[in-house]
Design a protein around this ligand. Structure first.
Ligand SMILES: [Zn+2]
Ligand SMILES: [Zn+2]
Length: 119
């Protein structure tokens, strides 16, 4: 309170990200019933837990194409119809569950032991 607000670049990025999250509904869009960490629709709407997710994947490539995650957010702020098509808001938990289900991160793969290895 009373402290002067510094306008660092980080603040600006966060503000824009939250604005885009708000545009996209402002709450977790996951409606998986079963197969996720929650029962029924996920109702997380705390902006600190929400992330912008590429519905069909390819987020890393998209950031690369746009230049940076900040530039990507700015792009979608100006191309909202495209944003609605490609992006959704997920909370951090659902995002990880989705990545795991889609195999978007190979590190999560577990090696399955076969019966042949048992003697
Ligand atoms: Zn969620
Ligand atoms: Zn979920």
């Amino acid at each position: 309170m009373g402290a002067q607000r510094t306008t660092s670049g980080r603040d600006t990025v966060a503000a824009h990200r939250w604005e885009l999250v708000d545009f996209l509904g402002g709450r977790c869009a996951c409606s998986l019933n079963g197969g996720c960490w929650h029962d029924g629709p996920c109702d997380v709407d705390d902006a600190r837990c929400l992330q912008i997710d590429h519905i069909h994947g390819g987020g890393t490539q998209d950031i690369r194409d746009k230049g940076s995650s900040y530039q990507m957010i700015q792009y979608y702020m100006n191309h909202f119809a495209e944003a609605v098509e490609k992006l959704q808001v997920l909370c951090a938990n659902c995002n990880w569950v989705k990545r795991d289900r889609n195999g978007e991160h190979a590190a999560g793969m577990k090696r399955r032991a076969t019966n042949n290895e048992l003697r």
